[in-house]
Design a binder for this molecule. Structure first.
Ligand code: PLP
Length: 411
């Protein structure tokens, strides 16, 4: 088969690395260590002359099988799967940045990511600058001679703004800056990262990829389109050429920070990945129907969803996301009391802080995931007390809408 489609790749994975017993679902290798035939092969493995499994924190067969599937779906050079989305972000930046470097990041970020940059990377001597993803001149101006990384998300959460990746990656490439995109909200099914000039794509596989919120995980994919000789943090590895990023990530950062994904979770996520396209189709269709329903309600003051003509991101969704708009949407009610009343009246829809579950979830961002930020910080992210976020699931759209209708108090 020359160019297998997305779900064929998600179900079958690449043809290398089959299970020796021909199990159709790659088995869980739960143990910690692997035996070596001879001292010589053991020495060769530790010296990197031979590829073999030695110790599960360094590499594990079940985790590797999951990584090969992700690489195939992203059309990448290689993947390192890690214990969570946050581990994916921290490992990537520990691999690319060194004291005195500048990190330029989108001002609208997942709360944990924002906090990681401010509370962990800044004290380590990384200069962190936040920019608006819609102000491209400001973004260009923020890049200084020490800037190594531009970090952004494919759809901002909860206000669903989409960056223009073609224009942004053109600016970054002119300055030899690595574009790192967090594609958690879009997954490889909606966002073909490589085609839009992204260099490193990361995922919280906890969300849509796991399928049904079964387990925590993350993935870091090198898309094979950056000249690593421009990154001082990879200096010792420049001789590895195009493999420099993955080589240092594996040999130093991943292995020494102990960020490994559990083989049980790799198994669950590999299974979840098989139905990613089917679930995303249903989720996007549902989200569109919910967004249109909400926009028609008098008590709803605003709706943020890229599939609506009122969204400033509609054109970019068409271009970058295969014409689909994802499963996250946000909408406004009159005040905090109205939001809490709405949340308390929900019955099918669950009050929970996850994204990408098969079940539809709702929360009040200002008092939960962004509660650690002050009002000004919330305002720059477009958040206030009147906003509700929904993560749309795979239920039947009519049932999701019926629950929202009764919770809004409209018949
Ligand atoms: C959830 C999330 C993360 C963090 O992922 P975990 O698996 O919870 O560590 C990072 N980025 C985005 C966009 C997320 O939604």
């Amino acid at each position: 088969m020359k160019h297998p489609g997305f779900t064929t790749r998600a179900v079958h994975g690449p043809l290398t690395g089959k299970d020796p017993n021909h199990a159709l679902q790659f088995p869980i290798y739960a143990g910690v260590a692997h035996d070596f035939e001879t001292a010589e092969t053991m020495a060769d493995t530790f010296a990197g002359r031979k590829a073999a499994f030695a110790y599960s924190r360094i590499a594990n067969p079940t985790v590797s099988a999951f990584e090969r599937k992700i690489t195939a779906l992203e059309d990448g050079l290689g993947t390192v799967a890690v214990s969570s989305g946050m581990a994916a972000i921290s490992n990537t930046l520990l691999n690319l940045l060194t004291e005195g470097d500048t990190l330029v990041a989108a001002s609208s970020l997942f709360g944990g990511t924002y906090s990681l940059f401010i509370n962990v990377f800044q004290p380590l001597g990384i200069n962190v600058k936040f920019v608006s993803i819609t102000d491209l001149d400001g973004l260009d101006a923020a890049i200084d001679e020490n800037t190594r990384v531009l970090f952004l998300e494919t759809i901002s959460n909860p206000c669903t703004t989409i960056p223009d990746f073609e224009r942004i990656s053109e600016i970054a490439s002119r300055h030899h800056v690595v574009v790192v995109a967090d594609s958690t909200a879009t997954t490889p099914y909606l966002f073909p990262a490589r085609r839009f000039g992204v260099n490193i794509v990361i995922h919280s596989t906890t969300k849509y990829i796991s399928g049904g919120a079964t387990s925590m995980g993350g993935a870091i994919v090198d898309l094979g389109n950056f000249d690593w000789s421009f990154v001082p943090a990879l200096k010792k590895y420049h001789r590895y050429k195009e493999m420099a990023f993955l080589a240092r990530l594996r040999k130093e950062v991943y292995q020494e920070t102990g960020s490994c994904l559990s083989p049980y979770d790799a198994y669950l996520q590999s299974l979840g990945l098989e139905t990613l396209a089917l679930r995303m189709e249903q989720i996007c269709k549902n989200a569109q129907a919910v967004a249109e329903f909400l926009e028609a309600q008098n008590v709803v003051t605003t709706v943020f969803y890229p599939g609506l003509p009122s969204s400033q991101s509609q054109e970019l969704a068409k271009k970058q996301l295969n014409g689909k708009c994802g499963g996250i949407l946000a909408f406004g009610l009159s005040d905090r009391t109205a939001c809490f009343r709405f949340l308390d009246k929900l019955s099918l829809i669950k009050r929970a802080s996850n994204l990408g579950d098969n079940k539809t979830l709702a929360l009040h961002p200002a008092s939960t995931i962004f509660a650690g930020l002050n009002t000004d910080e919330q305002k720059t992210l477009g958040i206030d007390d009147t906003l509700i976020r929904l993560s749309i699931g795979i239920e039947d759209a009519d049932d999701i809408i019926a629950d929202i209708r009764q919770a809004l108090g409209e018949s």
